[in-house]
Write a protein that binds this ligand. Structure first.
Ligand SMILES: Nc1ncnc2c1ncn2[C@@H]1O[C@H](COP(=O)(O)OP(=O)(O)OP(=O)(O)O)[C@@H](O)[C@H]1O
Ligand SMILES: Nc1ncnc2c1ncn2[C@@H]1O[C@H](COP(=O)(O)O)[C@@H](O)[C@H]1O
Length: 184
């Protein structure tokens, strides 16, 4: 049983590491960014509403995300655990998640905070080249991260759930560190 939340700035490697660990642990990797990008590609109502925020590097409104995550965590493949990547992104989302996990009796094991410096992040994202990896949008995502998401570090530290991992190392070394933590 593995239930983890990945925190960290854009480009820290959350998606990369969550995908690797999801394979090791045989649990789903749940990325709200991936779900939203699929919705945009499909042209669904959710996608149409979310697109303008995503392309500007803003968070989409909570009302578009909370039902989505509640429904996803109710699906059968989550019974053996899950890895959350990109959710929660602000304090109201974290409070919602805490209540939801209490209700469905699925406590989180711990929250991984991937630490990476800003200049490394910008270089990585410019190389990744996703639609929202354009320099001005990257800088806005970083600002949104500092204002809205970074306070979650204290939120989870106060609850003794935070574990920091050095994301400045090679992907293999970060993966090995995470495996050690999960298997301990
Ligand atoms: N340890 C690493 N060293 C060098 N490059 C890395 C490392 N981890 C990830 N990357 C690369 O950096 C880019 C960003 O990684 P990734 O998509 O996993 O970040 P993320 O935290 O999920 O970002 P976002 O929040 O923007 O979706 C990718 O191109 C990935 O291949
Ligand atoms: N949890 C979220 N709350 C609000 N907006 C979100 C959330 N998760 C993703 N988004 C939007 O999608 C893009 C890309 O997300 P990544 O996690 O970086 O793939 C993000 O900038 C938000 O606009």
């Amino acid at each position: 049983m593995t239930r983890l939340i990945f925190l960290g700035p854009p480009g820290a490697g959350k998606g990369t590491q969550a995908l690797l660990l999801a394979k090791d642990c045989e649990v789903p990797h749940i990325s709200t960014g991936d779900i939203l990008r699929s919705a945009v590609a499909a042209g669904s109502e959710l996608g149409q509403k979310a697109e303008q925020y995503m392309s500007a590097g803003e968070l989409v409104p909570d009302e578009l995300i909370l039902d989505l995550i509640q429904e996803r965590l109710g699906q059968d493949d989550t019974k053996a655990g899950w890895l959350l990547d990109g959710f929660p992104r602000n304090v109201p989302q974290a409070e919602f998640l805490q209540k939801l996990l209490d209700q469905i009796e699925q406590p989180v094991d711990f929250v991984v905070n991937l630490d990476v410096e800003d200049d490394v992040i910008v270089a990585r994202l410019l190389q990744r080249g996703r639609d929202d990896d354009e320099e001005s949008v990257i800088l806005n995502r970083l600002q949104v991260y500092r204002q809205q998401t970074e306070p979650l570090i204290d939120f989870y530290r106060d609850r003794q759930q935070l574990v920091s991992v050095d994301g400045n190392q090679t992907m293999d070394v970060v993966h090995a560190d995470l495996k050690r933590l999960v298997l301990e």
